[in-house]
Design a binder for this molecule. Structure first.
Ligand SMILES: [Zn+2]
Length: 516
């Protein structure tokens, strides 16, 4: 026992260094909202002891290299996990890591301006100081002895075996971080050849609409719009004055039971633009996308992106398969889509399908509406939140900014509609958001996270407008605005709207179909 105590005293710096790097954060996040948070903490303990054994076998320089190597290995993932936990109350999962890898500098700035707080900064600094302190102490305890090759081999084998073993690979978040990065890089490699391999494929798809009538179909995809913040859906702040005017003229179909399948853009687009859905999640690479099918049916396709699509992604690949791809734009406001749309509607082509991807209401919200749309002010009017008494001024202001962005999108919708009406063609406009957003609606949380999802993050606006000419030409839609629907199947609804015929079609999955 005495020998053990003296041995432990000798190795206490190593012990505490590994404890801080491996177990401290799981303890800190023990009460996270993830279903498996407790399991993750418990699993970190055998992982910690296994790594302690590996490091214990190493002597002299090998140990020093191992300590600093592991410090760098865990630095970024651990800071990310702490920050995300402080912000969302959850442990980041691989889906979240992938969003980070696909984030550019501008988005990082947006993120920091929305979520950077004293609490977040303090937690990261505490972790950084502790791990650095123990790493210095543990590595300065240098012995002259060399590690035998045999012990080095055992240490490396145990480290690899335990790190690659399924439960640890999946549940030890630092390993999951690098595993997700590896998968992300693999996907990027596939994206590099995507366009060339797909651009000339022919699909047997036809449109049953009358060829002699000019058509303009517009699909507007919003961003992070929570339906509960739409006055059209009963929100008490007037966030949809223009849409309300159109609805009053009974020109608008406002669906009230539509959700998104995920809470982040890239995952939603995989299902929105293809046949992939909950039952068949991998179909997005195996079958045609809606852009390709519409193109093959004889329409000219356009994609106007207001989002800075600088990072390769699956949906940017699909967008670029359009006949005309406009984007990314460096312009700040969604209204910059309007002159682009005007030019497109004047294009001398009979049949057009135009996709518009807005910046919408993604954080930072204050950057999503110009000065004239800074309308709501919690000091003068009432904010709508079940936890409003628990919110500080910054959080209340966040609700104002979010509502301003929704009201600005209302103006954008109306402006797009004006351009379509001007074209005087058989036309329709379908608007929906990629996912929703939680804005302190019922708990002290703001954002959209798969790890801590709540209906506010998935309840989305889904709105259809049709021109008179379209209704004459295409009378057989079934309109029931209370139909429950997930946009994972929206491709089938677009088939109905465009009267497309394709062997993979399944009208039981279309919100506008009689067969639904
Ligand atoms: Zn999104």
């Amino acid at each position: 026992m005495k020998k053990f105590v003296s041995q432990f005293k000798k190795e206490k710096n190593l012990f505490f260094y590994l404890f801080v790097s491996i177990v401290l954060i799981p303890i800190f996040t023990y009460e996270a909202s993830n279903a498996d948070a407790h399991y993750r903490t418990h699993l970190s303990i055998p992982y910690f002891f296994s790594l302690f054994f590996c490091f214990y076998l190493l002597k002299g320089t090998s140990r020093k290299i191992a300590i600093w190597g592991y410090w760098f290995f865990t630095l970024v993932p651990n800071i990310v996990i702490i920050s995300f936990f402080v912000m969302s109350g959850t442990i980041m999962l691989s889906t979240g890591f992938r969003v980070i890898f696909a984030t550019d500098v501008k988005e990082v700035n947006d993120f920091l301006s929305q979520f950077l707080s004293v609490k977040l900064l303090s937690a990261s600094i505490v972790y950084l100081s502790l791990s650095l302190w123990f790493a210095i102490k543990a590595s300065s305890q240098l012995e002259k002895a060399l590690t035998s090759k045999f012990k080095l081999l055992i240490a490396v084998c145990v480290f690899l075996a335990i790190s690659l073993f399924y439960p640890f690979r999946h549940m030890i978040t630092t390993i999951d971080f690098y595993k997700s990065f590896y998968n992300y890089c693999k996907e990027l490699k596939e994206f590099a050849t995507f366009y060339e391999s797909r651009k000339n494929i022919k699909y047997g798809v036809t449109s049953e609409l009358n060829d002699s009538i000019q058509k303009t179909f517009v699909i507007v995809i919003g961003e992070s719009a929570n339906r509960n913040h739409y006055s059209l859906s009963g929100y008490l702040r007037c966030t949809n004055p223009k849409l309300q005017e159109i609805e009053n003229k009974q020109e608008l179909l406002v669906y009230n039971n539509v959700i998104s399948p995920f809470t982040y853009t890239t995952a939603v687009f995989k299902e929105v633009l293809t046949f992939a859905n909950y039952e068949n999640p991998t179909l997005y690479t195996k079958d045609a996308s809606i852009v390709e099918l519409i193109k093959n049916a004889g329409y000219k396709t356009y994609w106007i992106s207001m989002q800075a699509d600088n990072v390769p992604s699956f949906y940017r690949n699909i967008a670029m398969l359009s006949d005309v791809y406009i984007g990314p734009t460096s312009e700040k406001w969604d209204e910059n889509a309007i002159p682009l749309l005007r030019d497109v509607t004047k294009d001398d082509v009979d049949n057009k399908v135009i996709f518009i991807h807005l910046r919408g209401s993604h954080f930072a919200y204050s950057n999503k509406s110009p000065t004239e749309y800074k309308i709501f002010d919690f000091k003068k009017d009432t904010i709508i939140s079940l936890v409003k008494d628990k919110l500080n001024e910054k959080e209340k202001k966040t609700i104002d900014e979010y509502d301003n962005s929704i009201r600005y999108t209302d103006f954008i919708f109306n402006s797009i509609l004006k351009e379509i009406k001007e074209s005087n063609t058989s036309s329709c406009l379908l608007f929906f958001s990629d996912h929703g957003e939680e804005v302190y609606d019922f708990r002290n949380i703001n954002g959209h996270f798969m790890s801590n999802v709540y209906p506010y993050q998935c309840k989305i606006p889904f709105i259809l407008w049709r021109s008179g000419k379209y209704e004459e030409e295409m009378p057989e839609l079934l309109i029931d605005t209370s139909r429950p629907y997930s946009i994972e199947n929206v491709i089938y609804s677009l088939f109905t709207l465009n009267a497309l015929r394709y062997e993979e079609d399944d009208q039981t999955k279309s919100i506008f179909s009689f067969q639904y």
